[in-house]
Write a protein that binds this ligand. Structure first.
Ligand code: F6P
Length: 365
């Protein structure tokens, strides 16, 4: 087996709190434990295609643990197999297969193993590299917490803390004005973020993609609450939530992105319907990228450092093409390609749902 001398690190997909903690954990343990050199790839796979890399020494790796975002930059538009080269005269996008350019970058910088910190899209893009004989290791991150093979992803607990805080704050106006306050959270087609934030803040209604909602049930519920002591209702609604027999609300479709569907707008649709049907004054707040920003929580820093250092030890032991994950509270690994193209949704019998229902939270079902 060829010994590792130099590793590459790439952050792919949407940014999230804890990426820098992961870069630091990978880089520092590579240097301190094994004396490997560390190369950072700029802006995810875009930098790999465009040969934009930077050397990461202990200087660059210091002081970043608490910072949000990623010092390397990231990208959730680029897939090397379908790389946007430019635009034709007729305005059509021109896509090319840029795998060879990625391989040239890895060869030119003598990268023996590539560590990709990302989600299912980032892991999927390792396939042609693995097929070409390169060694890859995945470290899972996303505020959506929807990666198969791990019960927790880097970024999730920070985003859930932000979601919880936002819902807590909405209680003041809801209570004072006797209104319905709808808050739309991110998460794509998975409800983890909305469920955890809603449960933590005691939201009265939680709407997640995994449980289609019936608008009549929601209106009945908020009308009943109007008659009660407090009179207001807080609704935590996932961007991917959808009505029975309906589809999620799509904000825009962008065919130049690896994932062309951009969800958004269901919160306003629900708010408008409640106000029209019940006459209760209703407001919407969309949290958007606020959920992805700021410094990582203590638990994200711990998770990122634990995942990163475990990933380095995996490589040192000669195991590759795996993703590090957390299973039953322990570090575990899965074949990276077995988790690509997949999504981990909330099981409808999950204990969080049971707990929320036990305290009379409405799921609109
Ligand atoms: O996957 C992370 C995520 O924040 C989703 O929750 C959200 O749907 C999407 O990314 C937003 O993407 P963008 O940053 O491209 O708007």
């Amino acid at each position: 087996m060829k010994t590792i001398k130099r590793i590459g690190i790439l952050t792919g997909g949407g940014d999230c709190p804890g990426l820098n903690a992961a870069i630091r954990g990978l880089g520092k343990s590579a240097i301190f434990q094994h004396g490997w050199e560390v190369i950072g790839i700029r802006d995810g796979y875009k930098g790999l295609v465009e040969n934009r890399v930077t050397r990461l020494t202990l200087d660059e790796l210091s002081g970043i643990l608490t910072q949000g975002g990623t010092i390397l930059g990231t990208n959730n538009r680029v897939s090397p197999g379908h790389y946007l080269e430019g635009t034709a005269e007729n305005g059509e996008p021109i896509f090319v297969n840029a795998i060879d350019r990625c391989i040239s970058t890895l060869e030119e910088h003598r990268i023996d193993a590539l560590f990709v910190v990302g989600g299912d899209g980032t892991f999927t893009c390792t396939e042609p590299l693995i097929n070409a004989g390169f060694k890859c290791i995945g470290v899972p991150k996303t505020i959506d917490n929807d990666i198969v093979g791990t019960e927790l992803t880097i970024g999730f607990t920070t985003a859930a803390r932000i979601g919880t805080m936002a819902l807590d704050h909405l209680h003041s106006t809801g209570n004072s004005h006797h209104r319905v306050m709808v808050c739309e959270l991110m998460g794509r087609n998975a409800g983890w973020l909305t469920l955890a934030s809603g449960l933590a803040s005691g939201a009265d209604v939680i709407l997640i993609p995994e449980i289609s909602f019936d608008m009549d049930k929601i209106c009945e519920f908020v009308e009943e609450r109007r008659e009660g002591k407090s009179g207001f209702s807080i609704i935590a609604c996932a961007e991917g939530a959808k009505p029975l027999h309906g589809t999620p609300v799509v904000e825009k479709v962008d065919l130049t992105r690896a994932d062309p569907i951009h969800l958004g707008g269901i919160g306003s649709v629900i708010a408008r319907t409640i106000e029209d049907r019940t006459g209760i004054e209703t407001r919407t707040t969309t949290l958007g990228h606020i959920q992805r920003g700021g410094e990582p929580s203590a638990s994200d820093r711990v998770l990122a450092t634990t995942f990163a250092t475990a990933a380095i030890e995996l490589a040192a032991s000669g195991e590759f093409n795996k993703m590090i994950g957390l299973q039953d509270g322990h570090i575990a690994t899965k074949d990276i390609l077995s988790v690509a193209h997949k999504q981990r949704l909330v099981p409808t019998k999950h204990r969080f749902i049971a707990a929320a229902k036990a305290v009379n939270t409405c799921f609109g079902d």
